[in-house]
Design a protein around this ligand. Structure first.
Ligand code: NAD
Length: 491
């Protein structure tokens, strides 16, 4: 594990010499000390990125050339998949198979954006048919400049990939600020980029506290674009910082996503997808389907099956084989989730299963997978993101009622619908106010498809070609081609 920042292609100690502890959430042991970057380190990193953008080869080389580096990074990640997955589990707590899935996806993300970088060369310009024959016009895409990326702790390397890969494909240079709770694999990304011979300054990685290094990056006047994933309050701060210099900004924020289960659903499939929608990654998922609506006719049977299956989930250290639910990322996160459950109980909700720390764990930030019922619509448990393995389940009578309740949220990241009636599923998908709608499933995420939220869940879209657009400016180039003079002032 590393203890230096990656700036201008080199490993450097943070100027302050400060460190922060890295804790394994399964054992509560301090496994390492990460380098605590401050505003001075961020400034050096931004200067390096600025120099690489303004004077270096990166934005000037062809998309095809950049693609070669991206593919080398993808290969570098894949070659170390097992090791990186283990690091992710020690840092974040997630079970090894989930970590392996994430690392594989992160590699795939670099390959995908390598393809799109090549595509930029194939379609370098778009002719524009203007309404005056004396002119021709075209639109071209150019990189935005220096991008600052600030990412959360729930998918450490994958969230880095979602931002670094499209930014680099577009020709931007970047300063990445990983979450202080999970910096290990992001630092390894620096080593992988270096081994891939990425030109100095193209990717810089500064670890450290959000309020210090993160805020300094958001505030830095030489950053052209900010890409943020995290909570709504911090997203709002990022947007305010961006507003001052009119930085481009994309935000991926929280959610309280609904899952509508209709009576005609296959019961086993519905129970499993509902579980996957809230217990995968310990429920520390922005798109977790944490409000489940079940149609009256199957409500009791569904709940019984959900409780029965939830009790079977193997909880433990993510490194142990067969574990399906690891610890939460930190003591703070565990305390917040337990407090949210207690508050739900005092607001009148009932606990169908779970509700506390699992028996037999003296160490580790574990929370039982928890199903809440009779949750009042006005309570925090119903309205606010808990970001843990806690789901609220309630019955509904009609399609319209379920849609109205589902849309009654300040968030709009994702939604899911389960029904064997395709026409109904399509109708509901169209009516749900969310950036992502899953039919007969919950959570599958594809690098090729757009990802992002409505309402307070964010601004802009990541992934797919939309993710590349985040890092591109559109330039209009118009030429006067008439043989005649313009003739306005001079006849
Ligand atoms: P957070 O907002 O506290 O932190 C996210 C990142 O922002 C971290 O790197 C942190 O260091 C940094 N940060 C904190 N304060 C900052 C400041 N003042 N200026 C600049 N940067 C600052 O969120 P978290 O606790 O790390 O993650 C959980 C939240 O993220 C949840 O609300 C979840 O919904 C959201 N999330 C959303 C998505 C998505 O795709 N929409 C994905 C993952 C997580």
């Amino acid at each position: 594990m590393r203890n230096e920042l990656f700036i201008d292609g080199r490993w450097v100690k943070p100027i302050s010499g400060g460190t922060f502890p890295i804790i394994n959430p399964a054992t509560e042991e301090v496994v390492h000390h990460g380098p605590a970057g401050t505003a001075e380190d961020v400034d050096l990193a931004v200067k390096a990125a600025r120099k690489a953008f303004d004077h270096g080869p990166w934005p000037r080389m062809s998309g095809t050339e950049r693609a070669r580096y991206l593919r080398a990074i993808a290969t570098g990640i894949r070659n170390r998949l097992t090791e990186l997955a283990r690091m992710e589990t020690i840092d974040n707590g997630k079970p090894i198979p989930e970590a392996e899935w994430d690392i594989g996806d992160a590699a795939g993300c670099f390959d995908f954006y390598a393809d799109l970088a090549e595509e930029l060369d194939r379609n370098p310009e778009e002719p524009i048919a203007v309404s005056d024959a004396r002119f021709t016009s075209k639109a071209v895409k150019e990189p935005v400049g220096v991008a600052g990326a600030i990412i959360p702790w729930n998918y450490p390397l994958l969230m880095a990939a979602w931002k670094v890969a499209p930014a680099l494909a577009a020709g931007c240079t970047m300063v990445l600020k990983p979450a202080e709770l999970t910096s290990i694999t992001a630092m390894e990304l620096g080593a992988i980029a270096r081994a891939a011979d990425l030109p100095p300054g193209v990717l810089n990685i500064v670890t450290g506290a959000g309020s210090v290094a993160g805020q300094a990056l958001a505030d830095h006047p030489d950053v052209d674009k900010l890409a943020f994933t995290g909570s709504v309050p911090v997203g709002s701060k990022i947007m305010q910082a961006a507003a001052r210099d009119i930085k481009r900004v994309s935000l991926e924020l929280g959610g309280k996503s609904p899952f509508l289960v209709f009576e005609d659903s296959d019961l086993d499939a519905a129970v499993e997808w509902v579980m996957f929608g809230i217990f995968w990654n310990q429920g520390e998922v922005c798109s977790a389907t944490s409000r489940v609506f079940v149609q009256e006719g199957i409500y009791e049977t569904f709940l019984e099956r959900l409780v029965e299956e939830t009790k079977k989930i193997k909880i433990g250290d993510g490194q142990e084989p067969g574990v399906l639910l690891g610890p939460l990322v930190s003591r703070r996160q565990m305390d917040q989730v337990l407090a949210a459950i207690d508050k739900a109980r005092s607001d009148g909700a009932k606990i169908a299963v779970g509700g506390g720390r699992p028996a037999g764990f003296n160490k580790g930030f574990y929370v039982e997978p928890t199903v809440l019922v009779d949750v009042p619509l006005e309570s925090d448990a119903w309205k606010e993101e808990i970001f843990g393995p806690v789901v609220c389940v309630r019955p509904f009578a009609t399609e319209n009622e379920a849609i109205a309740l589902a849309n009654d949220s300040k968030f709009g990241l994702a939604a899911a619908v389960m029904s064997t009636d395709d026409a109904r599923a399509d109708r509901v998908a169209a009516a749900l106010r969310a950036g992502i709608v899953w039919i007969n499933c919950s959570q599958p995420t594809f690098t090729e498809a757009p990802w992002g939220g409505y309402k307070q869940s964010g601004i802009g879209r990541e992934l797919g070609r939309w993710g590349l657009d985040n890092y591109l400016e559109t330039k209009q180039i118009t030429r006067f081609v008439s043989e005649e003079r313009w003739g306005w002032y001079i006849k």
